[in-house]
Design a protein around this ligand. Structure first.
Ligand code: HMG
Ligand code: MG
Length: 302
């Protein structure tokens, strides 16, 4: 089996990471973090979410973040959009790419977006139609693909159904998310293979939270399936406000260290990435969750 030669890393720290912070993070800090991440060579940086500020107050400064980002050629800044209201606000803020986010279980869909899977898909169809007509790109995320905090085991067919619906709406990429980090590599492989019967691996992405320490192994399993796009969060920041106990995404530094070791190109500079992680951890007053960042920093000081 051959692994991809190149991988696209999608940095989700400014959104998935900072949406979960108990204290508000100043807009200037979010913007500085995004600038440092783009200087490290990341080409896709999820910047913020146009969701209800009552549900996720941490993302309430979405328009200010978008207005302050220094655009760099070749770098995109997708934003989460749950409905038409979010799309309108995102369009007013000048975004070029939106992310609709559904779930593989009814319970998670209700907790995260206050609607059923079918209602969510109907909203996304409306968002996709208008976004595509205006020349935007649309990505589709699916939560709880490898396990649900409310329903436990998730059948691959449940993921396939939502993936096919997002594909039919015109999402260019579909993200298989392990929201609570319970998946193991065999399960990740089974779900990717089930979805790949309908959508080619090159259009799938992995989004693995690292709650149980399985995220890198799951990433490798998805790489073996042919996936070449992975979401990750600098310093392993994050979690989901509607998935209690779930920790952050796999650290971008750790995924990059693994990919560098495999000789897979990403265009990302690990030294600059680690510095971006140090910056945000310094502001938040906590140590990094990235083992590679910790080890490489200790080595550089030895
Ligand atoms: P709702 O309460 O059912 O919505 O929430 P509503 O239509 O009844 O509206 C209620 C209020 O929200 C109204 O304001 C609306 O105007 C306002 P009021 O009249 O009370 O003043 N509103 C909005 N305001 C700003 N932007 C909007 C918007 N929509 C409505 N877009 C809704 C439904 C979907 C809005 C809500 O449930 C929501 O915002 N959910 C988002 C939750 C979220 O952001 N979760 C975290 C991101 S997903 C994630 O982390 C998973 C992921 O990383 C993958 C993985 O790991 O699984 C992507
Ligand atoms: Mg997530």
């Amino acid at each position: 089996m051959t692994l991809p030669k190149r991988v696209k890393l999608v940095e989700v720290g400014p959104r998935d990471g900072l949406q979960n912070e108990p204290a508000p993070v100043p807009t200037e800090v979010k913007v500085e973090l995004i600038h440092r991440l783009q200087d490290a060579g990341l080409k896709v940086i999820e910047a913020t979410a146009f969701v209800s500020p009552k549900w996720v107050p941490q993302m309430a400064d979405n328009a200010r973040v978008m207005a302050a980002i220094r655009r760099k050629p070749g770098v995109s800044h997708p934003v989460l959009v749950p409905n038409k209201k979010g799309l309108d606000a995102a369009l007013a803020a000048g975004v070029e790419e939106v992310v609709v986010f559904g779930a593989a279980t009814e319970s998670f869909s209700q907790k995260n977006t206050n609607c059923s899977i079918a209602e969510g898909l109907a909203r996304f169809a409306e968002v996709c139609k208008e976004a595509l007509a205006r020349g935007l790109k649309v990505r589709g995320d699916i939560s709880v693909c490898l396990g649900c905090p409310y329903e436990g085991e998730v059948r691959p067919e449940a993921v396939v159904r939502v993936a096919r619906a997002l594909d039919d709406m015109g999402c260019y990429e579909i993200t298989i998310a392990d929201t609570i980090g319970v998946g193991t590599p065999g399960k990740a492989r089974t779900v990717f293979e089930a979805v790949m019967k309908h959508i080619p691996a090159q259009r799938l992405a992995g989004h693995f939270h690292d709650t149980y320490g399985q995220a890198l192994a799951n990433t490798y399993a998805a790489l073996e399936c042919g996936a070449a796009t992975f979401d990750a969060s600098v310093a392993g920041l994050g979690g989901c406000p509607y998935a209690k106990g779930a920790t952050g995404n796999v650290a971008t530094e750790d995924v990059l260290y693994m990919l560098d070791g495999l000789g897979i190109e990403t265009g990302v500079d690990i030294v600059k990435l680690i510095a971006a992680g140090e910056y945000i951890c310094g502001v938040l007053g906590r140590p990094t969750h990235s083992k590679a960042a910790r080890a490489l920093t200790a080595k550089s000081k030895a």
